[in-house]
Ligand binder design. Structure first.
Ligand SMILES: NC(=O)c1ccc[n+]([C@@H]2O[C@H](COP(=O)([O-])OP(=O)(O)OC[C@H]3O[C@@H](n4cnc5c(N)ncnc54)[C@H](OP(=O)(O)O)[C@@H]3O)[C@@H](O)[C@H]2O)c1
Length: 295
């Protein structure tokens, strides 16, 4: 299969590219920078989609970049890097003489309203209550191609756990120093997925013709994981204590109140349709997922 991946140079994209190539697929990235096996977004808009069988979009400015102040300019970049790239790929698919068979977008569980108790499946409502939920709504809406023969799949991902980036890369140093701990109360749900499973779900969605619509990208045991339990498990995997809670005010001071919601609150999300579609998780449980990452 020839697969075009927007934002494929990033944390999730590198893992997906490796998996796709190991399964014999060819991968071309759409990137802000040209290079081998890449086209730029400008080339996409001028010359259209290269001949391919499937398209994925993973492009997006890192929301939790601690070096970027949360303000209007950053918010606009967070939105446009997702919605405009998704729109560009959807338009290119719609205009293709030979449309690809599959089109997969990765968004986030921020679609669902944070709650310590509510449990969400792919059929649950959301998408209309705060910045992140509205972002996911407009991101997913940008992917729609009315009347298209191309099969569409959206994977709503939880926090992606992996060795080479994402949340854990920022946590490893304090935890290794024994300075890690739960954020805020630590009671908030922590929806997580191992990077091998997020890549696996995207690959499954590309390869299995019967898969379409929304799939939740979270581990089956993640509805039972709180932020505090995650901190304990990460510390245990590293053989370190996790005694020092990070107070909510400190999280707000670093990330800004609106962005801190992502860390201080969480959703219990079930991968119901993902499991029903036949995806078999490599890391359904947190201890094994973390042992694999910190090994
Ligand atoms: N990581 C997570 O925990 C997580 C959780 C839920 C959802 N997601 C979503 O999954 C997708 C992939 O996540 P990731 O962690 O792999 O992301 P990432 O590594 O931060 O970035 C992915 C790629 O997006 C492109 N990009 C970054 N800023 C951009 C901008 N301003 N304009 C256009 N393109 C830009 C870059 O590609 P080029 O430099 O090649 O242009 C980058 O390699 C993202 O949309 C993210 O929101 C991730």
């Amino acid at each position: 299969m020839r697969v075009v991946v927007g934002g494929g140079t990033g944390f999730v994209g590198r893992a997906l590219t490796q998996l796709l190539r190991s399964r014999g697929h060819q991968v071309t990235h759409v990137s802000r920078q040209g290079g081998k096996d890449r086209i730029t977004w400008e080339e996409l808009s001028h010359s259209g989609l290269p001949l391919c069988d499937a398209v994925v979009n993973l492009a997006g400015e890192n929301v939790l970049n601690p070096f970027r102040r949360w303000g209007d300019a950053f918010c606009r970049e967070v939105i446009s890097s997702r919605v405009d790239t998704t729109k560009a790929l959807a338009e290119a698919i719609a205009a293709a003489e030979q449309p690809p068979r599959a089109w997969v977008l990765v968004t986030g569980v921020g679609f669902y309203r944070p709650s310590p108790t509510a449990e969400y499946t792919e059929d649950s409502p959301g998408g209309d209550f705060d910045f992140f939920s509205r972002l996911v709504s407009s991101w997913e809406a940008a992917a729609l191609i009315p009347g298209s023969p191309t099969r569409g799949v959206v994977v709503r991902s939880g926090v992606v756990l992996g060795r080479d980036g994402g949340a854990i890369s920022q946590m490893l140093l304090p935890f290794r120093l024994g300075l890690g701990g739960p954020m805020g109360s630590g009671l908030q749900p922590f929806p997580w997925i191992h990077i091998q499973d997020l890549s696996g779900i995207v690959c499954h969605a590309l390869e299995k013709e019967s898969v379409r619509g929304i799939l939740n990208g979270v581990a089956p045991s993640s509805p039972g994981t709180s932020n505090g339990a995650f901190a304990q498990e990460l510390a245990a995997a590293l053989g370190r204590p996790a005694l020092l809670p990070v107070p909510a005010w400190a999280v707000r001071a670093v990330f800004g109140a609106e962005r801190a919601v992502m860390l201080l609150q969480g959703q219990r999300v079930l991968p119901k349709r993902t499991l029903e579609s036949g995806y078999c998780f490599v890391f359904p449980e947190l201890p094994a997922a973390l042992r694999d990452i910190v090994a």
